[in-house]
Every structure is written in C-alpha cells, then in structure tokens.
Design a protein around this ligand. Structure first.
Ligand code: SF4
Length: 433
C-alpha cells in the first residue's frame, strides 16, 4: 500500500516520521508525496504551539472528506496523540489509529488493525521504548541524517508541554549512537544532526560518556564531514562543550541557543534557570573559542507579565548579540503547563505587535550579516536542486546558511567551495569556484 506522512513541528518529529516511514517500507509499503494516491495517511502532530494544533484540526477536516470518498486508513501520532487521545476519539471518530510519542514502533500493528477495520490506540509512556532505537537506514541518496541521542526533558519551563508529552530525559547508549553514525557514513551520509530536547544533559547521572566526549568520538568517524546538534539549554552549556567548537574540525560553527526572553523577570517566570548576564557570558565565551560561530535562538514575546520594559530588554539583547537568526513566536497558552495559570496575560494584539517589531529588527540584523558574507569563499554541502529555480543547486554552509548557485547534478552530495556574491534576508547567492 502507499502511505503519505504529514509532519508538524520540530526536527524530532521529522525524524520520528522518517522512522515510521522506514518501518513501513521494510514491511513492503511505499511512500508517496501525493495525498491523492495514498492508501494510508499518517499525521504526525505537534502541540508545542497553538498554531500547529489549529492547522492539525483543519487538516483533519479535509482528511475526513478523503476518508468518506475512498476509505483510506488514517492515523494520528506525536504530541497531540499522546496528550489528547480521548479528545481525538471524540472529535475525529473516523481515525483508525492513535500512537503516542513512545509507541511509533507499533506502526505496523496499527496499520494491520486499520486494514481489518479495527481501531488501534497505544500511547503508553515508556522512556526507554524501542521507538528511541529505530534506525531509519538505507534511505536512498541521503546526504544528511538525524540521529536521536536522547529524548524527553526534565526542565519544566513553565510554558512548555514537552515534558508532559515526551516524558523525562532518557539517553541512548553512546555505543549504539556511534554504531549508527558509522553505518550512516558507510551509506554515504556526510552530515549528521544529533537530536535531543536538551543535548547538554546527555547521559547526566549515568556511567556512560558525556556529550562533549560523544562529539569527540563521532568526530573521528571517517566519511562524516559535518556534525551539528539541537537543542542546547543555556543553563547546561558547559565550558567543555564550548571548547569543542575550538577543537573539533567536523563540528559546524553554529549553535542554536534559545534565550526565550531578554528580561530576567520573565526568565524567572519561565523557569529557565539562567539570567541574561549568564547567557551573554556564555555567548562571549563561544565567540572567543570560535570567532566565526553563528548563533541562532528561539524567543517568545507576550509571555504573561511581560511589560514594555521587559520587551525592550529582549530587543536590547538581540541588538547586542546580533543573532544570525531567531525563531520568534507570540506566546500561546498550553494546557497542563504552569504558565497557563498565570493571570497577567498580555493581550494578543500587543503580543503580535511586539512580535512584528522584533522580527523587523532581526530581519535587518540577519540581512546585515548575510551581506557581510559577500566576497567570502565558503564550503557548501550541496543538498540538491533549488526549489526556486531548476537551474540552481542549493546547499548549506557550515554556519547553516542556505546558498543557491549554478552547478551540475554531479555536485549533489559533495562539499564544494562557493564564492558568495549576494546576501539576501533568508539566503545567499553564490558562484562555484
Ligand atoms: S528545556 Fe524547557 S523549552 Fe526545552 S523542551 Fe525542556 S521544558 Fe521545553
């Protein structure tokens, strides 16, 4: 049968979708990117932000029509499935299966139930579940791959749903990760991204090696040219990890370090566990060890209690650090979280106005930084044809900037040197040299 997967949310979810696709392919199904030709539709959901949840329910409305017209099997997986199975059963009685964040390894069983016309639901929470260990190998022409190193989170930031839907932190044994990366290198993968909600806590409280030691071990694997990781929590960013950016040749000069707010008052309410001066100190140390490091971050505006003064402090931080990019969002209340009980709400209009202003400030900074790249020769890992123009190739620099340039198909999958001729707000234009 042909299956189609729609994925909402973060890289963890994208990787979970890859894992399910792998299991289905192993069982003789084929993946399609055309919903109209699919027999099985899987929606891998995210509940971190309200917008993703709204998009999910609107998609399900459209899928109902497909189900009525031609009886496809429809399954819901991921965070909303984990958290809201009763709501889903009530609101979407036509779905065939529900799998939680720790049970995606049961996808084959779920489909078999669906084929027989029976409903399947398993949202059992199990930190050390087999889902964590699925290795989606042998994907054709893969240049980059995600590798899960841990799952869950112990931090309980007051706005965040993750600890409730992904459970507590569990790390994969380093031996298993190293084996997986060696296999990926043999398959021809050049770049790996290590995934975890808080990679800096990898193996905390265990006898296995630390995250910096894992990076050092992976750096020695032949064939792997680039190593990235997401996400780092500023409070757990150790000096030893910072030093890795100066020591390890394969570790890309880019870190995603969410600050969330520039105000100490708001950071406290968010339960983030650091102050802005501590954050700035860590960034300064990163820049000292690796002067060209690109720093990106996440930021929330309009958190309950955020006053104009707090927002100004966020803007001050942004202009002081000059981030390479920021994923910014207006706060949205998430059920079950502590912040959902906070009363000093910021009106939606004010939050959106602040967001718009912050994004305009950041856009100028990113543009300035991209323009500063003009004339430089940068190493690009060529990922494929550009979506914007069939004559162009697209790839990323070690700083994670997108570069488009003209070149032949034989360059796909290779590391090439590209001279940057133009910096735009979201990408760079280059010339292969
Ligand atoms: S560190 Fe905070 S924001 Fe990140 S996943 Fe954990 S609870 Fe959520």
């Amino acid at each position: 049968m042909k299956f189609f997967i729609e994925t909402f949310g973060c890289q963890m979810n994208e990787h979970d979708s890859e894992k399910m696709a792998h299991l289905l392919r192993v069982n003789g199904h084929t993946q399609t990117d055309q919903i109209k030709e699919s027999d099985i539709i899987i929606v891998n959901t995210c509940s971190v932000r309200q917008k993703a949840e709204q998009k999910f329910f609107s998609l399900m409305g459209r899928l109902k029509k497909i189900k009525d017209a031609r009886g496809v099997i429809i399954g819901v997986t991921g965070c909303i499935a984990q958290q809201e199975k009763e709501v889903l059963k009530d609101r979407l009685p036509y779905i065939d299966f529900i799998l939680g964040t720790s049970t995606i390894h049961k996808i084959k069983d779920a489909i078999e139930y669906g084929e027989k016309g029976s409903f399947f639901c398993d949202v059992t929470e199990n930190g050390c579940s087999p889902s964590l260990f699925i290795k989606p190998w042998c994907i054709e022409n893969r240049i980059k791959a995600y590798v899960t190193i841990m799952k869950g989170c112990n931090n309980f930031c007051s706005y965040c749903i993750v600890p409730y839907v992904r459970g507590r932190e569990i790390s994969r044994p380093s031996k298993d990760i190293i084996e997986e990366v060696k296999s990926l290198a043999q398959e021809g993968v050049k770049e790996i991204t290590l995934l975890g909600q808080n990679v800096n806590s990898y193996n905390k409280g265990t006898d296995d090696i630390s995250f910096p030691a894992l990076l050092r071990a992976l750096n020695k694997i032949d064939g792997i040219e680039r190593i990235r990781f997401v996400t780092s929590h500023p409070k757990d960013l150790s000096d030893e990890l910072i030093d890795c950016f100066g020591e390890l040749n394969k570790l890309c000069e880019h870190i995603h370090l969410p600050f969330q707010s520039g105000s100490d008052k708001i950071l406290k309410l968010m339960n983030r566990g650091y102050t802005i001066s501590e954050y700035v100190e860590k960034v300064e140390r990163l820049k000292k060890v690796c002067s060209k490091i690109a720093i990106t971050a996440d930021c929330i505006v309009g958190f309950p209690g955020e006053e104009e003064e707090d927002f100004k402090e966020t803007l001050n931080l942004i202009t002081h650090i000059e981030f390479d990019g920021i994923f910014s969002f207006a706060y949205s209340k998430r059920k079950y979280t502590k912040a959902a009980l906070f009363l000093e709400e910021v009106s939606r209009d004010v939050a959106l106005e602040r967001l718009k202003y912050l994004q305009s400030v950041q856009k100028q900074i990113t543009l300035k930084k991209n323009k500063a790249m003009e004339g430089r020769i940068l190493e690009v890992l060529v990922e494929g044809k550009s979506k914007g123009s069939k004559d162009d190739l697209t790839g990323r620099t070690r700083h994670n900037r997108i570069v488009n340039f003209k070149g032949g198909d034989d360059m796909i999958g290779r590391l090439v040197d590209v001279k940057i001729i133009k910096g735009y707000a979201n990408s760079l234009r280059g010339e292969w040299i």
